[in-house]
Design a protein around this ligand. Structure first.
Ligand code: BES
Ligand code: MN
Ligand code: ZN
Length: 514
């Protein structure tokens, strides 16, 4: 990951290849920008006047800086209208600027961090005054500069990488608080990168055993407990649903348990469960070939779970947090489960498998049952569960479903700030009824014509959580990005890590004050 440093120096005397300034949308430059413009012979003013740059969100203007500035280049990046600047717009602008600087072949860049109370500065409209400006800038820039390039042979002409990001404090007194915010931003970006790496890995590398190995590595590096259940353990526990899915594959399944003990000994934990299908062919209900390669990302929920535990441990969140990842391939073969087969889950409930491509809910059923052993304060699961969520919400939001509106609302509010949108869907008694089988306790898909694929999947999961406060996030539409976004390169987004960390930190605060 790119290095970051914090310094306090005057704008004019700071030496860097590229000095980045955040600007709100206005007709003519004001505040710090106007001050600078008097030294730059009015080039900023004329750029605004000619509408080359007006500070619109993610708009950029790259200028050659001139004496008396010691920077080589000046990069303006817009935050949009003053009163509606949000933390996520700042994150986007930072990402946009860093990415442009990288493409422009700069190696060292600097972000100017303005004073919190200076007139017309970019703090004015920020929706969350407590969200550190610097942390958000670090998140946005580091996340945008992420690359997954371990399979590329070194090219003759190496693509440019930024070596160093400097945060330029407006005053010496700010340096130490900026430094701690930067350190937090780095930990978050690093955990998101861990998740993105896992999701990006092809399935011939990222097998269930590989995920288990990564979890053990993380546990060792960050002081967590890790245990991996083998096929034998699963048999003993009666995890017939998970074992049923893995039966078609030569790769053994794994049930990963990662624990961060940040709270007191008997404090009930928050349990996070992530779907870990390392490749989803659909099984005997085989998927069509187009875009099947993307199904290497079907362990996104599991990867986000590991990344979240990584960040929670790195940030030393004073809570007990457990991550559970049921991991398996979903393959067609002579040993695979077939439509019509009935599996007995760990809960004792029997499941008629009418479609082997609805495998995520099967492995989650056993993981949710296992989660109940912890008597968790809250149970949150993440899964690339249904294509239907893309029909409902596209790629702009994940669906949140569950049995506890308060928990759902809190998660949604966290995502609003972190730029990981959630949108609620209901689970009504009719949906739960639609998952009842004629010959077993449940069936894994509803009858044709019921519709609401994301909801019926949620209704199925609900049968395994009982009274525990629970939410399910369907991240099938948000985990993988087909296009480059301001701080998300094409491919794995890492959606969910920062949202969950925000939630966990709030939870820790609430626990301390009560
Ligand atoms: N992993 C898929 C869901 C998915 C679709 C993830 C698109 C990412 C992008 C899941 O296991 C699946 O196959 N779901 C089926 C359910 C159906 C058989 C009821 C689906 O959505 O088609
Ligand atoms: Mn499937
Ligand atoms: Zn799947």
């Amino acid at each position: 990951m790119t290095k970051t440093t914090t310094k306090s120096e005057q704008l004019l005397t700071h030496k860097t290849e590229c000095l980045i300034l955040f600007c709100i949308e206005e007709k003519t430059p004001s505040g710090k920008l106007a001050e600078l413009d008097t030294k730059l012979k009015g080039i900023l003013n004329s750029s605004f006047k000619n509408k080359r740059f007006q500070g619109k969100l993610n708009q950029t203007l790259l200028l050659n800086a001139a004496k008396p500035m010691r920077a080589d280049h000046l990069l303006l990046v817009g935050l949009g209208e003053e009163l509606v600047v949000t933390a996520d717009k700042l994150r986007q602008a930072a990402g946009t600027a860093a990415k442009l600087a990288e493409k422009s072949k700069f190696k060292t860049i600097s972000f100017y961090i303005p004073a919190e109370n200076s007139a017309k500065d970019v703090y004015v409209g920020l929706d969350q005054p407590n969200d550190s400006f610097s942390q958000t800038v670090v998140e946005g820039s580091l996340l945008s500069l992420y690359h997954f390039d371990e399979y590329k042979q070194p090219a003759k002409e190496k693509p440019n990488r930024i070596n160093q990001i400097t945060l330029l404090a407006h005053a010496k007194s700010q340096v130490s608080s900026i430094r701690s915010a930067v350190s937090r931003g780095r930990k978050l970006a690093s955990a998101v990168a861990t998740s993105r790496d896992l999701i990006s890995q092809p399935s011939n590398t990222a097998t269930p055993s590989y995920l288990a190995g990564k979890a053990k590595e993380l546990a060792k590096s960050f002081g967590m407990n890790c245990k991996v259940l083998s096929t034998r353990d699963m048999k003993q526990l009666g995890m017939g649903a998970l074992l049923g899915v893995s039966k078609g594959s030569e790769e053994p399944p794994a049930f990963i348990i990662l624990e961060h003990h940040g709270g007191t000994k008997n404090d009930p934990p928050i349990v996070i469960v992530g779907k870990g299908i390392t490749f989803d062919t659909g099984g005997i209900s085989l998927k069509p070939p187009a875009n099947m390669d993307e199904m290497k990302m079907d362990m996104s929920g599991g990867s986000i779970t590991l990344g979240t535990l990584n960040a929670a441990a790195a940030l030393k969140i004073p809570l007990n947090i457990v991550g559970l990842v049921p991991a398996s391939e979903n393959m067609p073969s002579g040993t695979a489960i077939k439509p019509g087969d009935i599996l007995k889950s760990m809960s004792g409930k029997t499941i008629e498998v009418l479609n082997t491509d609805a495998e995520g809910r099967l492995i989650l059923a056993d993981a949710l049952t296992y989660a109940a052993r912890y008597k968790p304060k809250a149970l949150i699961n993440l899964a690339t569960l249904t294509g239907a969520v893309i029909v409902a919400l596209g790629h702009q939001a994940a669906a949140v479903l569950g049995n506890n509106d308060e928990l759902a609302t809190r998660l949604q509010q966290c995502g609003e700030v972190t730029g990981e949108r959630l949108w609620p869907l209901p689970i009504w008694p009719e949906h739960e009824k639609a998952m009842k089988s004629d010959i077993a306790d449940l069936k894994n898909i509803a009858s044709p014509g019921v519709g609401a694929g994301t909801i019926t999947a949620g209704a199925f999961l609900k049968a395994f959580v009982g009274e525990l406060p629970w939410c399910h996030l369907d991240i099938a539409g948000t985990s993988w990005s087909g296009e480059e976004r301001p701080y998300t390169p094409k491919g794995a987004s890492g959606f969910g890590v920062r949202l969950l960390i925000r939630f966990l930190e709030q939870e820790a605060k609430n626990a301390q004050s009560s």
